[in-house]
Design a protein around this ligand. Structure first.
Ligand code: C5P
Length: 226
């Protein structure tokens, strides 16, 4: 617990395709801590909007959905996600859900509406939180902060391979331009733009294997007595 009696948080921020989700999951498993995939929350609001035919520009209606949606994440990876009892984990991971999430995530009122839900994940013995603004806005008092980067080309290649392995047909140039558009939107928005917290350790995961990233993370945690 920290000096305010709150469980400790480790934040892992960065653009998509840097390995954030994998590192967050490995770390949460290793520490036996809870995990927050905050990107999934934005994706789920987008999906709820599609299911309810809510316009992606209608801030008030999106906030209503965000406040009232009943979401459950299973604790086993890669777990199921249910929205009002309906299994949506496949839909959550689609490229279209990511693109819609990135559009609606620029709406300040929606970010505010999701704040408490994110804070509720902070439970003993600790939380590993993955996203864009975990270290800067949602958990500025996190005990240890990481910001993962990699070039857009590397991230597009990784995503391409993942989708090919799942036999999903995609074009590499198309993926690259989607990633670049998403980076641009996420980094230039007025509220909670994608940027490293001042006290975050920045790791370029481009040339590194997951285990090498984990080794750096573990070293950093040790220096924070974690
Ligand atoms: O991480 P993921 O790709 O699932 O996130 C989907 C989108 O949700 C991102 O492109 C970003 O616009 C938004 N997001 C955000 N803040 C977070 C997590 C995700 O704005 N903490």
């Amino acid at each position: 617990m920290n000096d305010k009696g709150l469980p400790p948080v480790i934040t892992i921020d960065g653009p998509s395709g840097t390995g954030k989700g994998t590192i967050a999951q490995l770390l949460a498993n290793e520490l036996h801590w809870h995990i927050l995939d905050s990107g999934a929350l934005y994706r789920i609001v987008g999906i709820a909007a599609m299911h309810n035919r809510v316009d992606a520009n209608d801030a008030q209606a999106l906030c209503g959905l965000a406040r009232n949606m009943h979401v459950e994440f299973s604790s086993v990876f890669p777990g199921s996600i249910t929205l009002h009892g309906l299994e949506i984990s496949g839909e959550v991971r689609l490229e279209q859900a990511g693109a819609l999430a990135s559009r609606i995530a620029a709406i300040p009122q929606l970010r505010a509406a999701l704040l408490q839900r994110q804070h509720d994940f902070r439970q003993a013995p600790g939380l590993v939180a993955d996203g864009r603004d975990m270290g800067t806005v949602v958990f500025p008092d996190a005990v240890c902060k990481f910001f993962l980067t990699a070039s857009a080309e590397t991230r597009a290649q990784r995503r391409y391979k993942q989708l090919k392995d799942k036999e999903v047909s995609v074009s590499l140039p198309g993926l690259l331009s989607d990633i670049q558009a998403r980076d641009e939107r996420d980094s230039t928005r007025a509220v909670s733009p994608l940027k490293p917290a001042k006290d975050a350790l920045i790791i370029d995961t481009g040339p590194l294997a997951i285990e090498q990233v984990m080794a750096i993370v573990r070293q950093e945690l040790k220096s924070h007595q974690l």
